[in-house]
Design a binder for this molecule. Structure first.
Ligand code: HEM
Length: 345
């Protein structure tokens, strides 16, 4: 992969260089070949490493359900024939969450935020997304994810991970560190509504003439990014995001531009640990507006597992092994949490 760093503003280029310090060398940008991994083994390992919280999603456990609407832009029709881009107002179920398995994860940490979506399309199709607040994921393949989580599993005696195991795994798999560097470089988000959310995988869009456009997508808050200083984050405490979201939505302030960054020849689209190079042409596919938020742990999200392989006609994945591997463990997790008497949407 070839980054045109000379074309970037110095600050952006510096950040990208330091984030990419752990990336594979040029020419090794495709996701490495991967052995099949059982979805049950993955979910078991999530529980062993992150804790088992009955009734909750095994990832993104601390979440809140909301409703919204999406309207495709005029330009989006040239990109894909999907009825999502018809220009009609499309109802969307939205779930915002804090990364990880812990339903009490602190809101004031420099950690992952998620925005999961379900579009109910005019032609009856459903389009689901699971987007995260980083341009990259923390593993390129399911086997690398399994190995990484295993290296982080707490020792029963000390209740903490063995630092030597964590270090050895990261040294052998340096790309797993890129995501953590991203979070460390960013402020704590002030709101679920004030942070970017990336799809992370490469997708291709096909228009009515059969022409394809490939890239990676990003949802960018219409009102701009807003982060907290370390002092502000400390003062906010561990639980402010749900109330903040309700207030901002009541004030009509939560909306995102759904943007597509268009890949150029040679860009890697099948490795979720590699972002697209900065400065790629970006087009706005439409706008998502959040219109209401569940007043409690309820809402319509309960039986949705936001499977990013549920794509409409006119949109397809591009061979990222991490994308392909998501459907089955999501179903396993949903089966477990519903079987346990789900406690949160
Ligand atoms: C094989 C790899 C992965 C596994 C095993 C995995 C596992 C899971 C599980 C078990 C859930 C909870 C599902 C439910 O109970 O409904 C989940 C949710 C989620 N995952 Fe993953 N995940 C993987 C890859 C990824 C990647 C690459 C991303 C990056 C975009 C991602 C983003 C999300 C998001 C945003 C949610 C929250 C969805 C919600 O609000 O319900 N996951 N994941």
């Amino acid at each position: 992969m070839n980054f045109p760093l000379s074309k970037l503003a110095p600050v952006t280029a510096g950040l990208l260089v330091s984030l990419m310090a752990a990336a594979p060398a040029a020419g090794q940008s495709a996701a490495p070949a991967t052995a099949p991994v059982s979805p049950v083994a993955l979910v078991d390992q999530f529980e062993a490493t992150g804790g088992k919280f009955e009734g909750y999603r095994r990832s993104g456990a601390k979440g809140i359900c909301a409703m919204g609407e999406f309207v495709g832009s005029a330009e989006s029709k040239n990109i894909s024939s999907t009825s999502a881009f018809s220009g009609q107002k499309i109802p969307v179920i939205v779930r915002f969450s804090v990364g990880g398995a812990n339903p009490k994860a602190p809101d004031n940490a420099k950690s992952q935020r998620n925005m999961a979506l379900e579009f109910a399309l005019p032609n009856g199709e459903v389009w689901q997304h699971g987007n995260i607040s980083a341009p990259v994921f923390g593993a390129a393949t399911p086997s690398q994810l399994l190995g990484r989580l295993a290296s982080q599993q707490p020792d029963p005696a000390t209740k903490a991970a063995d630092p030597a195991k964590v270090k050895a795994f990261a040294e052998a798999n340096p790309e797993v560190l890129i995501q953590g560097r991203w979070f460390a470089s960013q402020p704590v988000p002030a709101s679920f509504g004030s942070v970017n959310y990336w799809g992370v995988h490469g997708f291709a869009f096909t228009n009515s003439k059969g022409e394809k456009t490939a890239g990676k997508w990003i949802f960018e808050p219409v009102g701009g990014l807003q982060g907290l200083t370390d002092e502000e984050a400390k003062a906010k405490g561990p639980s402010f995001l749900f109330d903040d979201l309700r207030q901002r939505v009541a004030d009509g302030q939560v909306a995102f531009n759904f943007n597509l960054e268009i890949a150029q020849a040679g860009d890697s689209l099948d490795n979720a640990t590699l972002p697209l190079p900065a400065g790629r042409r970006k087009i706005t596919l439409g706008q998502l507006r959040v219109t209401s938020v569940s007043p409690d742990a309820g809402g319509s999200c309960l039986t949705i597992n936001f499977d990013p392989n549920r794509l409409p006609k006119g949109v397809e994945g591009l061979g990222d092994p991490m994308l392909a591997a998501r459907s089955a463990p999501y179903a396993v997790s949903m089966g477990r949490r519903l079987g346990e008497g789900a406690k949160q949407q």
